[in-house]
Design a protein around this ligand. Structure first.
Ligand code: BGC
Length: 695
C-alpha cells in the first residue's frame, strides 16, 4: 500500500472510532504500551528501551521487574562506542540487530537511538549519545535507524531537542540562538527523521525558549511539522507532558509517563473532559490517531505480513563483537609496548575494579538484562588460556555502602527536577580500605611479566538522572595509577567508561593508554584481542577528551548546568569547534586514535561531480600489520567570520588495508560553502594533506 492509500485508510478508520477509543490510543495504558481497539482489530502499540538492547519486562502498572527467565538479550555497545568506530556499516548492523531483537521480543517501537549532542563531558547520559559533532552523529545515526526499521519495528530518535544535561532536566529552560540550534543541535534530528525515515521521535523533558519540548509550538509545530514536514509519530518522554491543552494542541501524538494512574494522564480523562466541554477541538485528536494508524500500517501491524524478528542469535553476538573491536581507542603507545606478545609471558597481573565489573545492568533506562557480559578480566583469560598465569588484584573499590530502596528509580524520576549533579560520598572505612588495596597491588606488581590496569568509570557516574560534578577519576584511582607506574613504568593503563576523565599527573608517566567504552556483551573479549594484537585498534575519539571540564566551552561561559535557565552562550563553539578556534589544548583531540600500523597519505585531489565535491587521496599501509584508518576531512574557511569555527568535520571514510597495500579513498564533502582550505588527516589535529577550493 502506498503512503497515500495508507493515509486514506487511516482517515476512514478514525471515522469509526469513538472519542474514548481515540484517547486510549494517544496515551500510555501501561508503562510501555498504549490501548488498542479490539473491535476494529487495532492492536496496542508496544514500546521498549533502549539504545543498547531490548529492556527487561516490567509489570504493566508497576516498575517491578517481572523477573522472567526469557527476557535476557543481546547487550550491544553504547552509542559512544559505536561512534568511535566511525563505521557506517557497523552502525547499520547495530541498528539491525536491535530492530530484529525488538521485533523478536514482540515490540513495535524501540526507544533508540539517543542522538543528543555532547555539549559537556559531564552529562550523565553521554554514553547513550554519539558525539559532540553533528555530522558524525548523523552519519552513524541514519544507517542505525534504517537498520532498526528493516524489521518492521520503529526507531524512536531521542530526545528532541537540546536535552544535554540531567540536572533539573524536567524544568531547565534552554535559551539558544537560532544558528547554534540549527547548525549543531538539530541536524542529526533532521537527517534521522527526514532522510533516515525514523517512524517516531521522542520529545525531550526540558524546555526550549520557555516551552516544554513535548508541548512546544516552536519545536513541534513550527520546526518539525511545518518546516520539515515530518509525518511520523511524536512520543513524549516518560512524564514530559505538563498541560492538557498545550499538549493536545501541539503536534505531540502519544503521552507516556512513569506513574500508574493512566487515566489521569494529561492526554487521558482530562483531555476527554475538555473535548466534551468544547474547550479542545476533537480534530486535533483525529490527527494524532491518524498518524498512529499510519505508523501501524508502516510496521504492518494492521495487515498480516510482518517480519518475526529473533533475539539472542549467534549472528547478533558476532556483530556485537565486531562493533566492540572497532570501538577500542588506542590513545597512547609511545614505547610500542602494545600489542603484548603472549608467547613471552608466564604470569601477568590484572588490576582494577573495572577489570571484573559488570556494567550492563546500570545506567538508567538504558540498562540491559544481558544474556552474558564478558569482563576485561574474563576476556584476557579466555584469550590466553592455561599457559599464562593471570592473577587479579582489585586495587581500588567503590564506596561499600549502598542505599537500599524499595522504589525503582524510574518511579521516582519525576521528583527533584528529574535529576541533579552527583558528587561521590565516601566513608572513612572505604578510604582506609583503598589504602590497603593499593599497598597490596604495589607489593605484588614487581613480580609479574606484565601489569594491566583496568579502571575508569561505571554507571554510578555515567547514568540517567545524574551529571558528574567534574571529570575526576573516582575511587582514588589517580593515586593508584601513579603508584603503580612508579613501581611498574611499563603498566598498561586501560580506562573504560562512557565519558572522558581528567587524567592526573600520571598521564605523563604512562606511555601506554587504551580507552574502552561500555562495549556490550563481548566487550572484554574485544579489549583482550586488542591488547594481545589479535585485533589492530581502529577506533577514534568521537568527542574531545579535555584536560579538565573547565576547558569545555559550556563551562567556560559558566553555563553548565545553569539554574532554572541554561543559556547556550557558547553558540556553535561546541567541542573541538571551541578548542581549535580559541587555542585550548585538549588532552586528546577529536578524531584521535592510534593503530599498530602506520598509514601514509598522498595524492590529494578534489573533484566536482554534479553538485557534490569529492576529495580523493591515496592511503598506504606502511607498517607490518593489517589495519584500518579513518580518513577525516575538515574544512577551514579562508576568511573566518566571528561565528564560524576554524575548522569543521565534513567527511570521513574508514579504509581497511593489508601491510603494503594502497587504496584510493573518495570522500563526499557535506554542504561546502565559500572558499576554504580542505584538510585531510588522521585526526582533527593530525592533518596530513591540504587543498584549497577555487571558489
Ligand atoms: C528516558 C527515556 C526512556 C524513557 C522510558 C525516560 O526516563 O529519558 O530515554 O526511553 O524513560 O524508559
Amino acid at each position: 500500500m502506498d503512503q497515500k492509500m495508507m493515509r486514506k485508510k487511516a482517515e476512514n478508520i478514525v471515522k469509526e472510532l469513538t472519542l474514548k477509543e481515540k484517547i486510549g490510543m494517544i496515551h500510555g495504558a501501561q508503562l510501555f504500551q498504549t490501548a488498542g481497539v479490539e473491535r476494529l482489530g487495532i492492536p496496542p502499540l508496544k514500546m521498549s528501551d533502549g539504545p543498547m538492547g531490548v529492556r527487561q519486562e516490567f509489570y504493566p502498572a508497576s516498575w517491578m521487574s517481572k523477573n522472567l527467565s526469557d527476557d535476557y538479550v543481546t547487550y550491544l555497545p553504547c552509542n559512544s562506542a559505536l561512534a568511535s568506530t566511525w563505521n557506517r556499516t557497523l552502525a547499520h548492523d547495530m541498528g539491525s540487530v536491535l530492530g530484529e531483537e525488538a521485533r523478536g521480543g514482540g515490540k513495535d517501537v524501540i526507544l533508540a537511538p539517543g542522538i543528543n549532542i555532547k555539549r559537556s563531558p559531564l552529562c550523565g547520559r553521554n554514553f547513550e549519545y554519539f558525539s559532540e559533532d553533528p555530522y558524525l552523529t548523523k552519519e552513524l545515526a541514519v544507517p542505525f535507524v534504517q537498520g532498526v526499521q528493516l524489521w518492521d519495528v520503529a526507531a524512536c530518535v531521542k530526545h528532541f531537542a537540546v536535552n544535554n544535561q540531567e540536572t533539573e532536566r524536567l524544568w531547565v529552560d534552554v535559551e539558544i540562538d537560532e544558528e547554534a540550534l540549527r547548525t549543531i543541535y538539530l541536524p542529526a534530528f533532521y537527517d534521522t527523521l527526514m532522510k533516515g525515515g525514523s517512524y517516531t521521535v521522542m520529545g525531550a523533558y526540558n524546555k526550549i525558549h520557555g516551552e516544554h519540548c513535548c508541548q512546544s509550538d516552536f519545536l513541534l509545530n513550527k520546526i518539525l511539522r511545518e518546516e520539515w514536514g515530518y509525518d511520523g509519530t511524536v512520543i513524549s518522554d516518560w512524564g514530559a507532558v505538563h498541560d492538557t491543552k498545550l499538549a493536545a494542541e501541539s503536534q505531540l501524538d502519544i503521552e507516556m509517563s512513569v506513574t500508574y494512574d493512566f487515566d489521569s494522564y494529561f492526554m487521558a480523562d482530562p483531555l476527554y473532559e475538555k473535548v466534551e466541554k468544547g474547550e479542545i477541538d476533537e480534530a486535533v485528536i483525529d490527527e494524532k490517531v491518524e498518524r498512529i494508524l499510519l505508523l501501524m500500517m508502516r510496521l504492518h501491524m494492521l495487515d498480516g505480513e510482518r517480519k518475526a524478528g529473533a533475539y539472542n542469535t549467534p549472528e547478533h553476538r558476532e556483530k556485537t563483537l565486531e562493533i566492540a573491536r572497532e570501538s577500542v581507542v588506542l590513545l597512547k603507545n609511545e614505547k610500542n609496548r602494545l600489542p603484548l606478545d603472549a608467547s613471552g609471558l608466564k604470569k601477568i597481573l590484572v588490576v582494577g575494579d573495572n577489570a571484573e565489573a559488570i556494567h550492563s545492568c546500570g545506567g538508567g533506562s538504558a540498562e540491559i538484562k544481558a544474556l552474558y557480559e564478558i569482563s576485561p578480566l574474563m576476556g584476557i583469560k579466555m584469550l590466553l588460556g592455561g599457559n599464562v598465569q593471570v592473577d587479579y588484584a582489585r586495587g581500588y573499590c567503590r564506596d561499600e555502602k549502598t542505599e537500599d530502596s524499595d522504589v525503582n528509580w524510574q518511579e521516582a524520576s519525576l521528583e527533584n527536577g528529574g535529576g541533579g549533579t552527583k558528587a561521590a560520598s565516601e566513608s572513612e572505612e572505604t578510604a582506609a580500605r583503598r589504602v590497603q588495596l593499593r599497598k597490596e597491588v604495589i607489593s605484588m606488581a614487581p613480580e609479574y611479566d606484565a601489569v594491566i590496569f583496568v579502571g575508569g568509570l561505571n554507571h554510578d557516574q555515567d547514568s540517567e538522572g545524574n551529571d558528574r560534578p567534574d571529570m575526576k577519576l573516582p575511587y582514588e584511582q589517580d593515586a593508584l595509577i601513579r603508584e603503580l607506574l612508579t613501581v611498574r613504568p611499563d603498566t598498561i593503563v586501560v580506562l573504560t567508561g562512557g565519558s572522558p576523565v581528567e587524567m592526573g599527573e600520571w598521564i605523563d608517566m604512562a606511555d601506554t593508554l587504551v580507552w574502552g567504552w561500555y562495549a556490550g556483551m563481548e566487550g572484554g573479549r574485544a579489549l583482550a584481542e586488542v591488547l594481545f594484537g589479535k585485533t589492530t585498534p581502529s577506533g577514534k575519539l568521537p568527542e574531545t577528551f579535555y584536560k579538565m571540564h573547565t576547558d569545555c566551552s559550556a563551562h567556560c561561559v559558566g553555563e553548565f548546568p545553569g539554574d532554572d535557565k541554561v543559556r547556550y552562550r557558547e553558540g556553535v563553539f561546541v567541542g573541538y569547534r571551541y578548542n581549535d578556534t580559541f587555542g585550548v589544548e585538549p588532552r586528546f583531540c577529536f578524531g584521535h586514535g592510534l593503530s599498530y600500523t602506520t598509514f601514509d597519505y598522498d595524492n590529494p585531489a578534489a573533484v566536482i561531480e554534479e553538485n557534490d565535491i569529492f576529495v580523493t587521496c591515496d592511503i598506504t599501509n606502511t607498517g607490518a600489520r593489517e589495519g584500518k584508518e579513518i580518513v577525516q576531512v575538515y574544512t577551514a574557511p579562508w576568511e573566518r567570520k566571528d561565528n564560524q569555527p576554524v575548522q569543521e568535520l565534513k567527511g570521513f571514510e574508514k579504509v581497511a588495508l593489508q601491510p603494503g597495500e594502497k587504496k584510493q579513498v573518495k570522500i563526499r564533502l557535506e554542504g561546502l560553502a565559500g572558499r576554504c582550505e580542505i584538510r585531510i588527516g588522521s585526526s582533527s589535529r593530525d592533518i596530513r594533506l591540504r587543498l584549497n577550493t577555487k571558489k
